[in-house]
Design a protein around this ligand. Sequence first.
Ligand code: ARG
Ligand code: ZN
Length: 896
Amino acid sequence: MSDTASPAVIRRADYAQPAFLIDSVALEFDLVPERTIVKNTMRLRRNPDGAPGARLELMGEALELVSVALNGVPHAEHRAHEHGLTVENLPDAFELTIVSACQPAENTTLSGLYVSSGNFFTQCEAEGFRRITYFLDRPDVMAIYTVTLRADKAAYPVLLSNGNLVEEGELPDGRHFAKWEDPFKKPSYLFALVAGKLVAIEERIRSGSGKEKLLQVWVEPHDLDKTRHAMDSLINSIRWDEARFGLELDLDRFMIVAVSDFNMGAMENKGLNIFNTKYVLANPETATDTDFANVEAVVGHEYFHNWTGNRITCRDWFQLSLKEGLTVFRDQEFSADMQGGDTDEAARAVKRIEDVRALRQFQFAEDAGPMAHPVRPESYVEINNFYTMTVYEKGAEVVRMYQTLFGRDGFRRGMDLYFKRHDGQAVTCDDFRLALADANGRDLTQFERWYSQAGTPRVSVRTAYDSAQRRYAVTLTQHYGDCAPAARETQTGPLLIPFALGLIGRDGRDVPLRLEGETQAAGTTRVLELTEAEQTFTFVDVAEAPLPSLLRNFSAPVVVEYDYTNDELAFLLAHDSDPFNRWEAGQRLATRELLALTARAAASEPLSLDDSVVAAFARVLTDESLSPAFRELALILPSEAYLAEQMAESNPAAVHAARQFMRKRLATALRAEWLAVYERHTASGPYEPTPKATGHRALKNLALAYLAELDDPVDAIRLANAQYDAANNMTDRAAALAALLAAATTAGAAAAQPALDDFYRRFENEPLVIDKWFAMQAMQRGSLDRRIIDVVGKLMAHPAFTLRNPNRARSLIFSFCTHNPAQFHAEDGSGYAFWAEQVIALDALNPQVAARLARSLELWRRYTPALRERMREALERVASQVKSRDVREVVEKALA
Ligand code: ARG
Ligand code: ZN
């Protein structure tokens, strides 16, 4: 056990207003990597609604205090301590000037002010600002900022901060300065500065009301050829927010800056978004179609925060989903509109399917473990551990349900009221819910449970057809099943679940729907509102027993329990008019088969797959009426992680054997079809990241991946080598390399080695591509004589590997620990020992990244006994050695 007490728990119920408010802040930075001096002059006043007392408690971390002055006069009544600075004997309103120093070059946490590739960057959300200066570093303290940056001009020619540039000029000794003013009040977590050798592409556009705006994407000089897509995405985002929500860019200038060392995806600092290079840089040679889509989504996400997050922010960090859930929902809708406009449902469904797949694989897993928490958590030890799939993705589903209940127009009315009431404020999830309720004349009291209850709800469905009465009854029962204790304790009652449903006739067509009590049929999809533990909905005038299409478009983040037969699933896969459910039918079919195969594999019984299942997939593969993008999604089998999660006791080796068996079976049985699809969807001509071209490449590369599964993968090796050599884009080149790595498991490592070596040499100077090179090797399948832990061990010693760069650490270590379950969960515990070593090493450098890695063992109790025991040992080893609050919260909750 650890020798120090567990770190303190922060509770939502303990929220209290700040004792003081800060109206304005003037920051002056003398930027020097080893020791940066910050002079912070604040105008403060007592908060009339805050707790009384003359003492001011400012937060501060890893700072060296230089001086304190009150109204310009040195003030001795202060005390610096481990968590900040206490200042006593203060009047009701005053000016406080604090000078302090920090050490950006030493800062490996990437929180606060740090140096990356010789340039200065900041990351303040959630609590990084206190590592820059002493402050009331909490989101409900909003102030006007003026920032002066001073630095050596040759080393740091570009000096950026939030808002507008109001002054710049020369200083003695080769230094220069820039002064920035942000006209909007903001919380400290939205502060940012950037200084260094950067270049930008620029565009000037006019916003909806005709005002001119300067847009810039700043990068290191060698990356300028990878900025066009981010700029286009930014312009599209600006247009989209105007059109869909009537929200206009409120600043004259909007900047995006790329940094290669970054803990997360990107950050919405007011007017100065800072991005992980992974979500900005893209050109056809270096970025895949997925990368292009991610850049568009993240640029949109951060831009949309300007209203949902910045203009209206969070009162406290328990309300994080107020901005994140809403902004993820907005970026999902933006991406869907960019795919299919707002009318092409099949194209929009592609985005929906991808989002739901991620939700079910990662958020449902989170909800089933010791870190389970509601969308609005009740407590935390380290807030950085709560930037989670639940807060983001389940939070987005909760926001989506308002739109499902009220329609797009009703949702827009709610958003308009939200801005009318709260612009410029720091508010709560309740305030958002009330705005949506009031704008639509609805009581949404019950809906609050979506914010307060953890765990994945389940809806069991029973149906009964009465042919004499021509009635069809659908009974829905909601429950949480057998869920994790962490989730169980938050559950108080039934949810309001919008349950979209359609009925399909024997001819494959939708039946017009008429509920009991209605005078005529209307529409073919109904959103039923399930509010009780159990409710029955009766449809009348139903001529024949229909097949139900349940939870269309995934209208609520729940698990649907209904016993379809395989034939019924094959029928839905062929006919459902709801594209999401069409895909879902195939996934249900595959999941059922794979879980049966897994059970046999675990018992060392022979494996076999029914021809009817193969036939159902063959129909999708050859159905030219379906878009290639949809076919690709429908033909990917559920992931090993998702399958393992569906088992009473996860057995990664058996899951892997089962899934590989089915892949091989589909490859073998449909070999000619895969080859034909490969040929047909191979396009020539210049690369375009359009939805259509992307779909063709995806299907073609899936065909290649299946062909690589054959016992004799000679076709795959031939096609992959040719594709690798001829590729004019990273999607095709990376897919070819991945196919060669897969084929190498049967054909021998030599099959992939030349391409692997070429790939490295070709992209040696492109760190994001080298990340792919590490990741592909870490995720490859093992074989009896080749364990991937050994490959990973060798790569850890590669000169291009470093733990200090989060993208690189993720590409090798996380890829292995979280995306190669069969190898990671090796029976000898070698994966877990490696994991423990890396968590401990990262903990000393970067607790946020270490804590993310620590989470890959949190579901340990759900595995087979032998694995469980070895996982516990590894967790205990980590618990006894790590120091950070971040990792300790994760491992202590896992072991509790
Ligand atoms: N607000 C950022 C976003 O767009 C995420 C920043 C999280 N950073 C952190 N260190 N927890 O989602
Ligand atoms: Zn966000």
